[in-house]
Write a protein of this length. Sequence first.
Length: 176
Amino acid sequence: MATPEQQFGFGTPATPEQIAGWDIAIKADGTGLPPGSGSVAQGEALFAKLGAKCHGAKGEGTTNAPALVGGRGSLDTDQPVKTVGSYWSYATTLYDYIHRAMPADNPQSLKPDEVYALCAYILYLNDIVPQDAVMDAKTLPQVVMPNHAGFTSPDPRPDVFDTPDPLLPAPTAPGG
Ligand code: HEM
């Protein structure tokens, strides 16, 4: 009888090194953040070199890339502007996103110190941290984003919340 590995007759098990290359998620609580640190000033210099050409000098956005600042107070209007500053719920997502995907023309090229510095600068541009802020694995998860309380939990949408979980017994009918 064929073992599960033999079933399809092709492919090889992923090596720990290969898995490590994909296993880069940073959790909301900061789990996974690496050692290192970066300041607003360092982030400003890096952003001018690596980010401004697409996001604008102060993160205001261009036709190439979205704004990283602004939009505060717009979410419950007819024209909500979703940015890191107005919408994102956790500062740690910034580390995950920048490390994973930015700069878009050379993703995953940044070292932890550089990613922390860029996080610090973008948070500073959004008036979320002061100009002398330094971000690291301890300080970044402590940053409270302006829209942190703007998400509803548990999700009340009927198609999400009321979907029966196939792993749980079906709910019993009222009175039944
Ligand atoms: C190191 C410098 C950079 C930083 C820190 C940075 C940061 C970010 C962040 C935080 C976002 C998410 C915005 C959001 O969804 O609200 C983003 C999105 C994006 N960035 Fe950058 N960025 C950098 C460089 C670049 C460059 C050089 C380009 C163009 C070549 C670029 C193009 C884009 C695009 C197109 C998106 C939208 C992607 C999507 O929604 O799928 N970025 N960037």
